[in-house]
Design a protein around this ligand. Structure first.
Ligand SMILES: [Zn+2]
Length: 217
């Protein structure tokens, strides 16, 4: 329900899920239900193969993408998918988002990867299932693990983010949108803007995440 409040989705766009690793299931938004109408009872509980375990409504049409990610990213507890404007525009441009500044470096030291578009066979096959592998393959190609980076752009489509729980996944969606917006404006002001230099990338990331981090209380 935070997605529309944060301006990350319109109408029934997008979805969030939360996993219970002990029960090997996740709860996901029901398909086509407006966010303001959501209640715990309307959530659909499915297993990591996408089979419905509990609930009366049809789960999000992207459920199989979530299932594939939970199965392969073994420690994550939440996934969010939005069509937020700037992140989606980068996905549509098939471009990684370069690390231009310290806002980006505070959250990850890597460019935000954009997964290559799906081939026709995958599109005509089990599309949502293949979207999960599109994400997994994109990380593999860039030699990243799902713990290195908790956000990805799906080429021609939109972003998926994850985290230790659903709140962190939603937080990452909001951060990604902000990073995407700033990167777009940066390139608008200066078409040949430079990537952030390594010393600053390292400094900012470690200030927040390193073993000697000193950000926050
Ligand atoms: Zn989508």
């Amino acid at each position: 329900m935070q997605l529309p409040q944060l301006g990350l989705v319109l109408f029934t766009f997008g979805n969030v899920s939360a996993a219970d690793r002990n029960l090997n299931v996740f709860a996901i938004k029901p398909s086509g239900v407006p966010y303001e109408d959501l209640t715990p009872q309307k959530m659909v509980v499915v297993d990591f193969d996408g089979n419905i375990v509990e609930g009366n409504l049809r789960p999000s049409s992207d459920t199989l993408t979530h299932a594939v990610l939970y199965k392969n990213f073994e420690t994550i507890g939440g996934i969010a998918h939005t069509h937020s404007t700037y992140a989606t525009a980068w996905a549509q441009s098939l471009r990684d988002i370069p690390i231009y500044g310290t806002t980006h470096a505070d959250h990850t030291t890597y460019d935000i990867p954009c997964a290559a578009p799906m081939n026709d066979e995958m599109i005509q096959g089990n599309y949502e299932y293949e979207t999960g592998f599109q994400i997994i393959n994109a990380l593999k190609e860039k030699k990243l693990s799902y713990t290195d980076i908790e956000m990805v752009l799906v080429g021609n489509h939109a972003p998926f983010t994850w985290g230790k729980d659903a709140s962190k996944a939603v937080y990452n969606s909001a951060v990604l949108e902000e990073i995407a917006k700033m990167a777009f404006i940066t390139e608008t002001i200066k078409t040949d803007a430079l990537r952030l230099k390594d010393a600053l990338i390292k400094k900012h990331y470690e200030r927040k995440h390193g073993k000697d981090s000193y950000y926050g209380q």
